[in-house]
Design a protein around this ligand. Structure first.
Ligand SMILES: [Zn+2]
Length: 139
């Protein structure tokens, strides 16, 4: 028999109305997610679910190697990063800018990681939902 969990297992607050996974595992709510202790490796990130239009996104929040908030969305192999100016970047996690390049070339390389296609909407939804605590914790 399936039990549908409607409330957080830690604080008993209501889970999001669209909670899609609360019928198998007892979830935590967004308030109980350790936002101030995000890991720097996506491999250590706790999964959350963000509802996007008619589907749920599986999201792994973490801190990028340059200290910015990053979100890995399955099945992507790289993470979205929200830049200070609102741009969304996606570049390999292990990317390191080569030393000694002309400043303009370094700027061009950085700009090449900025997304301008439809992935931007998906990424922004994930960041907005995270900021607004509009998600549920999967593990
Ligand atoms: Zn809770």
């Amino acid at each position: 028999m399936k039990i549908r969990y409607m409330t957080c297992r830690t604080c008993n607050a209501a889970l999001p109305e669209k909670s899609s996974q609360g019928d198998q595992w007892h979830r935590d709510c967004a308030e109980c997610y350790p936002k101030n202790a995000l890991p720097t490796s996506v491999n250590d990130a706790r999964e959350i679910a963000v509802h996007f239009e008619d589907r749920s996104l599986r999201v792994f929040p973490h801190i990028s190697n340059d200290g910015l908030l990053a979100m890995r969305l399955l099945p992507n192999m790289q993470s979205y990063v929200l830049m200070a100016n609102g741009d969304i970047r996606m570049r390999p996690n292990d990317f390191v800018m080569p030393e000694g390049l002309p400043i303009q070339l370094m700027a061009d390389i950085e700009r090449s990681f900025i997304l301008t296609d439809r992935r931007v909407a998906e990424a922004k939804r994930a960041f907005e939902a995270y900021a607004a605590n509009d998600f549920e914790v999967i593990d």
